[in-house]
Each structure stands twice: as structure tokens, then as C-alpha cells.
Design a binder for this molecule. Structure first.
Ligand SMILES: [Zn+2]
Length: 194
């Protein structure tokens, strides 16, 4: 973990590697997402690789962006997107904190592991509501028909959603302190430019 942490220490990065890294970021308007034009992880995060001493190293682009502007990151601190766009490298859209920060942002963007990112779930919270509404309005619809309509393979999964058991609101699973904050608290002071 320590070796990993040092990867995110920009003071250890030679200038040419840093320049190559930054060249993958399309810097745009301050409030917009700044896309990463390099390779991506499975979760869509920008990823930068290099070879050194016969070994390959890689860093997550948003994490490195944070480290460049705010200083080295320790491994237990996660970097998450306020904008919900994993490919974004705009510092103003990033927030760093303990894992719970990332968890609550995922909840805000409807992409929690507990909810719509569950391997069995292919629905967003809004689609779950829509599915239940359809069933209320047209009780004759079968689980099979609804599954087909929502592009789901598992009829059992649809039925469990209709019973209210298959999809759990991930926000409810978090301790109260971790719930998405009220609007005016959302601007964490740590994320302001000075
Ligand atoms: Zn963004």
C-alpha cells in the first residue's frame, strides 16, 4: 500500500511524465467536465500507465489530478466525482475523503453497488419506480412482460422488485451522517480553489 501511495506523489514524478499525463486531459470551461482521452478502467475512470525499470505502473487519472493540485494522497483517502462522470478530470468536480464520501456520491448518482450497480440489477432507481407504477396501473402485466419491456433477463428479479424486496434504497443502508448532504453543504470547503 505504501508503494502504491507513492505513485500518487507528484513530487516523485519526472516532469516529462507529468506533461504526458496532463496531455490526456481536455481542459475546458471551469464548470464543465474535462474528459480524459487516454485508456479507461472498467469503471470508466481515466487510467495512465508507464514503464519504469522493466515494470508497468498505473494510476487513476482523477486521483492523480487531485494529488497534483492538492498534494500526495494516502491510500485510505478516496477521490470521487461530484458530477458522476467517471471520465472527468476537472479538479472542481472531484472530492477527496474517506470511502463513505465516494459511497454517498454513488448513491446521489444512482450508481451504488447496493442498488442499481448490483450485478443482478439493470435498473436505475427511476426505472424501478416506473416498473412498479406500470404494475400498479396494469395489474394484468406479468413479470415476463415487464422483464421484456425493461430489457431484463430475470423474471424472478422483476418479481422480487415488485414485491419490494429486490431493490433496496442504498441511501437507507448508510448511517445518517453519510446520507447525501443538504444542498448548501454540498460545497465542501476543501474543494475550493484558492
Ligand atoms: Zn465532471
Amino acid at each position: 500500500m505504501r508503494a502504491l501511495a507513492s505513485l500518487y506523489d507528484p513530487r516523485r514524478w519526472p516532469g516529462d511524465r507529468l506533461a504526458r499525463f496532463l496531455a490526456f486531459i481536455e481542459a475546458g470551461q471551469p464548470g464543465r467536465c474535462w474528459p480524459w482521452h487516454g485508456s479507461r478502467s472498467r469503471r470508466g475512470l481515466g487510467r495512465y500507465r508507464w514503464r519504469e525499470g522493466g515494470r508497468t505502473f498505473s494510476v487513476y487519472a482523477p486521483r492523480m489530478v487531485w494529488a497534483i493540485h492538492r498534494g500526495p494522497l494516502s491510500p485510505e483517502i478516496e477521490v470521487a466525482h461530484r458530477c458522476g462522470n467517471a471520465g472527468c478530470c476537472n479538479l472542481e468536480h472531484l472530492v477527496a475523503g474517506p470511502p463513505v464520501v465516494r459511497a454517498r456520491l454513488l448513491v446521489q448518482h444512482g450508481r451504488s453497488i447496493a442498488g442499481s450497480r448490483h450485478p443482478g440489477a439493470k435498473l436505475t432507481p427511476a426505472q424501478v419506480d416506473e416498473l412498479r407504477r406500470l404494475k400498479r396501473e396494469q395489474p394484468g402485466l406479468t413479470g415476463r412482460e415487464l422483464a421484456a419491456r425493461f430489457g431484463l433477463r430475470s423474471v424472478a428479479w422483476v418479481n422480487s422488485i415488485l414485491r419490494g424486496a429486490g431493490w433496496r434504497d442504498p441511501a437507507a443502508a448508510l448511517p445518517p451522517a453519510a446520507r447525501p448532504p443538504a444542498r448548501k453543504q454540498r460545497q465542501a470547503p476543501t474543494n475550493r480553489r484558492r
